[in-house]
Write a protein that binds this ligand. Structure first.
Ligand SMILES: [Zn+2]
Length: 446
């Protein structure tokens, strides 16, 4: 704590001797916003950090105003506390850190799950990692969530193993794991969604412990409500598009060994698979996106894709499968199996006809009836649509946007995601015959 204060004080000195450069704000984006839900403001430097590292889902609402505490500028959120040097107040380009909330609140716990383990466990795999820094491992769904939503800078190292604890809210036993700055709660009923791990409201616990005033305050003059649409957002995100799996290789068929080679290349180069749900959350709601994110998609639902689904799961990776319900070989049972591996299901229409050639009513039916059929099979919402044959135009997109989806995918168009392309975000066709070098070029450079 004391050492951190010193580091922050040094940051102030450095900032004081060099003119702080304000990053250019596009248009008229505000530097302060208000959250009516909790009655608090969010201003720089915390606003940029909050928006850039996960927003509402990761940090929650602000529950205090920014204020001075122990020589630092701090602000409490539902799931975190942010800290910055005092001189950073109002500056967007300033070092912000997250308090080690869980480590502070759980110091001195003596259950066996908190005992460091000797570094003699088996070597790291995509399914399990060991952190000698704290003597704890991180595996399966918790590892996936940690990698996808911020990793070390946001959550810190694990400070316990995963274990069962009674959830104080429900009295039920749940699987949890503690990190320096977070407590993960496993939600098996939400598997394969953004909410398969829930973050405990540690900021609320810390605010109570610190006696912080969390009462709502009146809005300052001319401060707008927070709305992600107030801020520009676009990013590069490769979305890979595959079809059939098998031999012989062709434009629309990739041998399993070649797919595995590509997946291993992605892992070796630090890529993390994310769902389309996460990609669209990042685009539309300031959600988190790992620096090397990739989305893997499969169209048409042939039976051969089950092998792809399993080889992905063996690497702790997930993909999105676009299904033509009733025509794809993958039916309700297979789709439930995909969901149990954490994969995501999207719609690829009812009949796979080229949609630009259909009437308005037919387009509406293709999108809407396929969504309803998949939802009936799976008992959960279907959020994304992929145009058959990548065939779309403004009329098709406008109609699909009214049929209950959150976004739609084209088949080509590069790697740049923008809000104005929400109903035709780009994908990269991965021809089943390409070399690994060509694949790497698509992922890194295209
Ligand atoms: Zn197709």
């Amino acid at each position: 704590m004391r050492r951190l204060g010193l580091l922050l004080a040094l940051a102030c000195v450095v900032l004081g001797t060099t003119p702080a450069v304000q990053p250019a704000r596009a248009g008229n984006s505000p530097s302060i916003v208000y959250f009516p839900a909790t009655g608090h403001h969010l201003a720089e430097p915390f606003l940029s950090f909050w928006r850039g590292h996960g927003g509402l889902r990761i940090f929650g609402y602000p529950i205090s105003e920014a204020h001075e505490r122990e020589g630092m500028l701090v602000q409490y959120f539902e799931r975190a506390r942010m800290e910055a040097p005092l001189c950073c107040s109002g500056l967007s380009d300033c070092p912000v850190q997250l308090t080690r909330t869980a480590a502070l609140l759980n110091a001195g716990r003596t259950e066996s799950a908190f005992f460091p383990l000797p570094n003699t466990v088996s070597p790291d795999t995509p399914l399990r990692r060991f952190f000698p820094e704290t003597g704890h491992s991180l595996a399966y769904g918790f590892l996936r969530f940690w990698l996808r939503n911020g990793g070390l800078p946001i959550f810190g190292y694990p400070i316990s193993e995963e274990f069962s604890e009674i959830d104080s809210a429900t009295g039920q036993s749940i699987t949890v794991q503690y990190f320096e700055r977070a407590r993960f709660e496993w939600r098996p009923d939400k598997l394969g969604t953004l909410w398969e791990v829930q973050l405990t409201r540690l900021g609320v616990e810390l605010a109570v412990r610190d006696g912080v005033d969390t009462a709502p305050v009146p809005r300052q003059a001319d401060v707008p409500d927070y709305d992600p649409a107030l801020f520009p957002r676009s990013f590069r995100l490769p979305v890979l598009m595959y079809h059939d799996i098998g031999e012989p290789a062709s434009r629309y068929r990739i041998p399993l060994w070649r797919l595995e080679q590509q997946l291993d290349w992605l892992l070796a180069h630090g890529y993390v698979t994310v769902s389309l749900e996460q990609a669209f959350e990042a685009l539309l709601a300031d959600g988190p996106l790992p620096e090397r994110a990739v989305v893997i998609t499969f169209d048409d639902g042939p039976r051969s894709q089950l092998a792809a689904a399993r080889t992905l799961a063996a690497r702790n990776m997930t993909a999105t499968f676009f299904i033509v319900p009733g025509r794809s070989a993958l039916g309700p049972a297979e789709l439930r199996e995909l969901r149990s591996m954490g994969h995501e299901i999207g719609s690829h229409s009812m009949t796979h006809r080229m949609m630009t050639r259909l009437s308005d009513g037919e387009i509406r039916w293709e999108a809407s009836a396929s969504r309803q059929k998949l939802e009936e099979w799976l008992g959960e919402p279907i959020w994304f649509f992929a145009y058959p044959g990548g065939d779309w135009n403004g009329r098709v997109a406008a109609i699909v946007s009214t049929t209950g989806y959150a976004g739609a995918m084209a088949a080509w168009g590069g790697t740049q995601w923008r809000r104005d392309k929400r109903w035709a975000e780009p994908r990269i066709e991965i021809d089943g015959r390409i070399s690994l070098d060509r694949f790497a070029w698509f992922v890194q450079r295209f």
